[in-house]
Ligand binder design. Structure first.
Ligand code: ATP
Length: 503
């Protein structure tokens, strides 16, 4: 177990290093020492991200007749965030360590009394991660040894800091210093970034960077209904940036302060079977994740218990993914009832009712919302794709990206750089392929090394132009990234193969 966890940490380190080395993801503002919670996507990262968003848009909007697209503004009237409840309640519980000035999310700081022979000898605290149980156990055993207490250590009962009794705040050690007495009681911290709009800088100018894209959809729902293009049930989909001043951004791009969301609001009749609609969307989302390369066995479902549901939700299920740092939420699928539209109707004074032709009735529809973070699914795709194997006794690391999301679809490699007839022929093929796909050109270095370079950035296929191509039958060598198998095909066969694989 411990061994597997170490290798998972190594895997995360290897992925972060590869992302920087090959130009997928950089820490934002790196030349100034970095800026916590913000990231930049390099030449390969931007392609991967775009392909993920394109695949979602294609499947969610283009390949369905019941869903329309939208691109709403990031900064909207602050009244929207009052109506949606974000100004009043979009907060996380926060705890400060007065000694170290460190700040933690209270629901990610876990503690337990250390009980020996029925007597509490102190408290241990750990930050939430896949190894926190083991870390807490080790800390408790150390405490017992240090205090020279004999007897049996009772099993630890880890709870998060929001569940602490106020008398325990003083007793729980800070994760920063290991000493008790410096942690504050938990308090709410609103995650919305504030900004000012217009020339005045008084309180009337305060506006917010959106913390979710969903409200842009609710705010435009009436506009879209009025275009007459939709009838119940229907959905509105949007991809765009969202901003949350996360207390503890962590795990690379898993939790950041600026990220992108792909959200869809699916409007249904109030008396429709919302549980079935919910299930259908959970299944749809899982299938989609598998279609972009996540192994089904790494996906799970986390059904939120009734008492932990958000104020607007009737039922929420998260699709989880086994990240190297533990199983975590990837895609939230919430049944929001008619909460949002009702709030906007009340606050704006505009009717949010729709006339249902089928039943000849008027109502405010209910909604099922699948909400996925682009950066989070990109990290899942990176971790699932990262593979180390051995080819002919030589170690290689490769990214087994699904061809649909791979940054480059194919690389064109003339066998020798100094043979103009090979280079010319290869360039022609490159130009032809480039009209349809993102293609990589690489003419220098030994062919084996060029293959490895493509394996490492996840290019599914390489095509090599050699003397047989120009002197004999015009066939090229097509090499598969995962199996490394090579076969000779004609250019027509190559094009047909790519069309079939990629569309
Ligand atoms: P958490 O409880 O982890 O803070 P949440 O339940 O508030 O997240 P939602 O509001 O449901 O998250 O957001 C929907 C989706 O947006 C999440 O499933 C996730 O994929 C993505 N997401 C949310 N917050 C972040 C973030 N800080 N960084 C990256 N992606 C995020």
């Amino acid at each position: 177990m411990a061994k597997a966890q170490v290798s998972q940490n190594n895997q995360m380190d290897a992925i972060v290093a590869l992302c920087k080395r090959r130009g997928f993801i950089f820490q934002s503002s790196e030349i100034y020492g970095g800026y916590n919670g913000f990231f930049d996507f390099g030449p390969l990262g931007v392609e991967l991200k775009k392909n993920i968003k394109d695949a979602w848009w294609q499947d969610m909007v283009h390949r369905r007749d019941d869903i329309e697209g939208l691109d709403s503004s990031i900064i909207m009237s602050p009244k929207i965030w009052v109506a949606s409840g974000h100004v009043g309640g979009f907060s996380d519980p926060m705890v400060d360590c007065k000694a170290s000035k460190m700040r933690y999310r209270a629901d990610q700081l876990f503690f337990s009394p250390v009980v020996v022979n029925g007597e509490t000898i102190g408290y241990v605290s750990v930050l939430e991660d896949g190894e926190m149980e083991a870390a807490a156990q080790a800390a408790a055993e150390k405490m017992k040894r240090k205090q020279g207490v004999q007897g049996e250590l009772a099993p630890l009962e880890l709870k998060d800091y929001t569940e602490a009794d106020p008398t325990q705040y003083e007793l729980i050690p800070s994760p920063a210093t290991g000493e008790p007495g410096s942690l504050t009681p938990p308090r709410d911290f609103n995650l919305m970034f504030e900004t000012k709009v217009g020339a005045l800088s008084d309180s009337t100018a305060v506006a917010y960077l959106r913390p979710e894209t969903a409200q842009g959809i609710f705010a435009n729902y009436k506009n879209i209904v009025d275009t007459g293009r939709v009838k119940i049930p229907f959905g509105i989909a949007q991809i765009g940036k969202a901003f949350r001043n996360e207390i503890t951004p962590r795990n690379f791009i898993f939790r950041s302060r600026e990220f992108e969301q792909m959200e869809m609001e699916y409007f249904i009749a109030p008396d429709a079977d919302w549980q079935s609609a919910h299930r259908e969307w959970i299944d749809w989302c899982k299938n989609w994740l598998v279609s972009v390369g996540l192994p089904e066995e790494m996906l799970g479902e986390d059904v939120h218990p009734q008492e932990k549901l958000s104020h607007y939700s009737r039922g929420t299920t998260d699709i989880t993914f086994q990240f190297p740092f533990g199983e975590q939420e990837l895609w939230g699928i919430a049944c929001r009832g008619n909460f949002d539209l009702t709030q906007h109707q009340e606050h704006s004074g505009k009717s949010m009712e729709i006339f249902d032709e089928a039943t000849k009735s008027k109502y405010i529809p209910h909604v099922v919302e699948p909400s996925l973070g682009v950066d989070r699914v990109l990290l899942a795709i990176l971790t699932a794709a990262y593979t180390e194997d051995e080819i002919g006794g030589e170690k290689r690391s490769l990214m087994k990206f699904n061809p649909r999301v791979a940054p480059y679809k194919i690389a064109v490699l003339p066998l020798l750089k100094n043979k103009p007839e090979l280079v010319e022929r290869a360039r022609k093929l490159y130009d032809k392929l480039q009209r349809k796909f993102n293609v990589f050109w690489d003419a220098s270095g030994a062919i084996g090394r060029r293959y490895r370079r493509m394996d490492e950035i996840g290019t599914p296929w390489c095509v090599t132009i050699d003397f047989d191509t120009v002197e004999k039958d015009g066939t090229v060598t097509l090499r598969d990234r995962d199996t490394t198998e090579q076969k000779r095909v004609t250019e027509e066969e190559l094009l047909a193969f790519l069309e079939e694989q990629l569309f």
